[in-house]
Design a protein around this ligand. Structure first.
Ligand code: FES
Length: 70
């Protein structure tokens, strides 16, 4: 699904960037997210935040699994 129609940026593009450690500001700077009409800005921020939280949760889960494995 497209998040930013103006720049043709999809959820998957943003997800990949967040997994590489990028913030909203960095994605905006590098990909042009929310840099034209700006109507995607609020949803993009929300999606980035949600993706970061999911990434953090899965990372914590993996650490717990490793702790039990030792
Ligand atoms: S939809 Fe993203 S800048 Fe217009």
């Amino acid at each position: 699904m497209y998040v930013c129609i103006c720049q043709g940026i999809t959820q998957k593009d943003i997800q990949n960037a967040v997994e590489d450690g990028a913030s909203f500001t960095q994605i905006r700077k590098e990909m042009g997210l929310a840099s034209q009409c700006g109507s995607c800005s609020q949803y993009a921020k929300q999606f980035i935040k949600q993706t970061q939280q999911e990434l953090k949760a899965s990372s914590l889960y993996e650490k717990e699994q490793l702790a039990y494995a030792v």
